[in-house]
Ligand binder design. Structure first.
Ligand SMILES: N[C@@H](CCC(=O)N[C@@H](CS)C(=O)NCC(=O)O)C(=O)O
Length: 193
C-alpha cells in the first residue's frame, strides 16, 4: 500500500516467534500486541489493525478508495470481509495445520470455512476483474492471503476466477516492489541468523 501511495516509509522488523509483539515498547504502540502497526511521523499518529491502516493511507494519499458513496461502501465491505473473515479463519487454519495436524475437528472446521470463503470470493469475481470495482485497498488486503495457494495445501482448481484474479495485482509495479522489499528483508534477516 505504501508503494502504491508513493509515500516514503521505513520497515521495522518484529520477530513474532521471539515474542517481540509482547514487549512493553511494542504494546505502547499496539495494546493488542499484533502487527501491522503504522506510525505516521508527519502528524504523530499511530494506527494498528490492517483495515484501519489501509483506510488511513488511502485517505492520506487519495488513492485506492473511491469517494463516491456506493463504490466506497463496496470497497469497505470487501475490506471488512478480509479483516473479519478470511484473515481470521485462514490464520486459524494455518495454525492448526502447522501445530495441531492431528486435531481433525479444529483443522476440518477452519479448512471448511476457508474453502467456503474462497468460494464466496470466486463467485464475486465473476462480476469483475477486481473484488470491488477497480483495484482498491480491498484487493490489497486480500492478496497476501491468496497469492501463494501452494503454501496452503488448498488447490485452486475449483476457484478459476480467484486463480486469475491474484495474478492481476501481482503484475503491478508497486505490488512487485512491495513484496520485493519484504522478501529482501526476510532474506537479509535469515542470513544474519
Ligand atoms: N486484525 C488484525 C490481525 C493482526 C494479526 O493477527 N497479526 C498477526 C500476524 S499476521 C500477529 O501479529 N500475531 C502475533 C500474535 O498473535 O502474537 C489486523 O488485521 O491487523
Amino acid at each position: 500500500m505504501l508503494e502504491e501511495c508513493g509515500l516514503p516509509y521505513r520497515l521495522h522488523r518484529r520477530e513474532l516467534s521471539a515474542g517481540d509483539q509482547h514487549q512493553p515498547e511494542f504494546r505502547r504502540i499496539n495494546p493488542n500486541g499484533k502487527i501491522p502497526v503504522t506510525v505516521d511521523t508527519d502528524v504523530g499518529l499511530t494506527i494498528a489493525e490492517s483495515g484501519a491502516v489501509l483506510i488511513y493511507l488511502a485517505e492520506k494519499s487519495g488513492k485506492l478508495l473511491p469517494n463516491e458513496q456506493g463504490q466506497r461502501t463496496e470497497v469497505l465491505q470487501w475490506l471488512f470481509f478480509q479483516v473479519g473473515n478470511l484473515g481470521t479463519m485462514a490464520g486459524q487454519y494455518n495454525h492448526f495445520r502447522r501445530y495441531r495436524p492431528r486435531d481433525d475437528y479444529a483443522f476440518g472446521r477452519y479448512r471448511d470455512e476457508v474453502l467456503r470463503l474462497l468460494g464466496v470470493m470466486d463467485e464475486r469475481l465473476g462480476e469483475g476483474d477486481y473484488i470491488a470495482g477497480d483495484h482498491s485497498i480491498a484487493d490489497i488486503a486480500l492478496l497476501p492471503w491468496i497469492r501463494a495457494p501452494q503454501k496452503w495445501d488448498i488447490p485452486f482448481t475449483d476457484f478459476s476466477r480467484l486463480d486469475a484474479w491474484y495474478r492481476r495485482p501481482l503484475r503491478r509495479p508497486a505490488v512487485i516492489r512491495g513484496f520485493d522489499v519484504l522478501e529482501t528483508r526476510e532474506l537479509a534477516a535469515e542470513n544474519q541468523r
